[in-house]
Design a protein. Structure first.
Lengths: 441, 81
């Protein structure tokens, strides 16, 4: 999992892991041997420890269960049950969580010398939570094969990501970086975007990935010029024309691309032509990644998809042809499919369906708008009406004239029931820990 | 501004924003003949909730709903007492 090479490192705000040290040192000490063949819950407080523990555990544990950051005892018990975990790796700087497992091992940094070399002979399975927005997260199982199937060779590059490595998107980046990058710089939820950009500038990051919401914050940041990326990648949310164009203008020498991926379906495809959506000719059953559109929803079959859901009442992950239902609704526009929203997120205005994402794309296209969030306002007449919150671009006036102008532009671009009936200006939009727009309060 | 004036002004604003031609407003004009469609009406009710602090359509219970402009104004007047 970790390619050799001097000076290669993974850096968080507070700690730098020197990868070559893993040859003779570890974060779990010689207690690692007690975890051989076990299903191990990984519940540590920060990404440096998580990265170290993952390197230590790969090949030793039968299964690694990545627990979402901040998971409390109740969540850990549920994850342990779903994954039949019999061991726990916990944060050595905090009290061990109160859950019943056969073995528990503390993870500590800095790395401590090992008395005996690591024995890694198993093909470890990787379980991680999906980013589902309703109800408790489901666990899916991946292998190193499914997690790395989309990789192209990486050498000498300096990677960075806004994502947390304990979720699929961030884990992808970590594994790619370990396979050959010179460095990987990771963020921190308590760090401002400005401070993160300064750190990325100091690290000389060349390949940077984040969600469109993360990147909109970069576009609004006074420190955006600190970085000189070669490759800007967007993933995790719909990348609209406005954010893509904004990044191409800000970083004219960078290659800007958006990737369609999910924890369940894996990395399906990357779009590099500077436009939202994807070419209609991507759809088809041939090739390493097969795409189908069924009832306007995208389905994916590939060798990058997760193996299955975990847990006693786990639903089937794939249909009878092996396709994963992504829940993402698409619409054909000419020779291109556009993402219009999540299946479950529809606003119903007097029987007419509205996808918030489609309205956000129209709002974000306006010159005064940097970012937007569209949501339902209850109506006793039509059930719901479309409302929007706007973050203005620098220099745009937060006044009635701007409001009228934005609303008029929406009415010109969308049917009347889709255009927002209410608009308010806000300083920032709510975001999930995963960096996506938070849609439920 | 009185409730009457607030409601009439809101009707005119919504009609203008939504590009609808309003019939001349008077108390006996049936709401269905004003030129406002259900979307316009829904927006009007929400705007009036923001302006007046009341939404009698939501709190209506099983009373009669207004069918003319005059009844609409009385409906809101009763809710604001």
């Amino acid at each position: 999992m970790v390619a050799s090479g001097r000076g290669r490192r993974v850096a968080t705000r507070d700690f730098t892991l020197e990868l070559e040290r893993f040859a003779a040192a570890g974060s779990l000490g010689d207690d690692l041997a007690r975890l051989e063949g076990r299903s191990v819950l990984l519940a540590v407080g920060d990404m440096a420890k998580a990265a170290a523990a993952l390197i230590d555990l790969d090949g030793v544990a039968r299964q690694i269960v990545l627990c979402p950051p901040g998971a409390g005892a109740e969540a850990l018990v549920a994850l342990a049950r779903a994954s039949a975990a019999d061991a726990l790796v916990y944060d050595g700087d905090a009290p061990a969580p109160e859950i019943e497992v056969a073995t528990r091992v503390a993870c500590r940094l800095p790395l401590a010398p090992l008395a005996a070399p690591r024995v890694a002979r198993l093909v470890t399975e990787w379980a991680m939570p999906t980013s589902g927005t309703s109800g408790p997260p489901k666990l899916v199982a991946h292998s190193l094969a499914t997690l790395t199937a989309a990789f192209r060779p990486v050498s000498g590059q300096r990677w960075a990501t806004f994502y947390d490595i304990r979720r699929y998107g961030g884990l992808q980046i970590l594994l790619r970086a370990l396979a050959g990058a010179e460095s990987l710089t990771l963020g921190d939820l308590s760090e401002s975007v400005d401070a993160f950009l300064v750190r990325l500038g100091e690290a000389g990051a060349t390949h940077i990935s984040g969600t469109p919401s993360h990147w909109r914050k970069v576009l609004m940041s006074g420190e955006a010029a600190r970085i000189a990326p070669q490759r800007v990648r967007l993933s995790g949310e719909i990348a609209d024309d406005a954010v893509i164009a904004g990044l191409r203008a800000l970083y004219p020498r960078a290659h800007v691309e958006h990737a369609y991926a999910s924890t369940e379906a894996g990395v399906a495809f990357v779009v590099s032509d500077g436009r939202a959506g994807f070419p209609a000719n991507f759809v088809g059953d041939d090739g390493e990644v097969a795409l189908r559109i069924v009832d306007d929803v995208l389905r994916v079959r590939s060798n990058r998809a997760a193996l299955r859901y975990l847990g006693a009442e786990a639903p089937a992950l794939k249909d009878s042809d092996g396709f994963v239902d992504t829940g993402d609704v698409v619409a054909l526009s000419g020779d291109r499919y556009l993402f219009v929203g999540r299946r479950g997120g529809i606003i119903n205005v007097g029987g007419a369906k509205v996808h918030p994402e489609e309205v956000e794309a129209a709002l974000n296209a306006h010159a005064a708008v940097r970012a937007s969030r569209v949501f339902a306002r209850k109506s006793p007449i039509t059930g719901a009406l479309v409302a929007a919150e706007i973050v203005l671009r620098d220099g745009a006036a937060a006044d009635e004239a701007t409001k009228r102008d934005i609303l008029a532009a929406c009415r010109a671009a969308l049917p009347a029931y889709k255009a927002p009936s209410f608009l308010s200006f806000v300083a920032e939009l709510p975001m999930t820990d995963g960096g996506k727009l938070a849609r439920h309060g | 501004m009185t409730t009457r004036l607030t409601i009439l002004a809101a009707i005119r604003d919504v009609a203008a924003e939504q590009g609808k031609t309003l019939a001349p407003l008077n108390d006996d004009l049936p709401l269905m003949e004003t030129g406002l469609d259900s979307l316009c009406f829904a927006i009007l009710v929400a705007r009036l909730e923001d302006a007046l602090g009341a939404d009698p359509f939501t709190s209506a219970g099983d009373g009669r709903l207004p069918s003319t402009v005059g009844e609409l104004i009385a409906f809101y007047d009763a809710a604001l007492v």
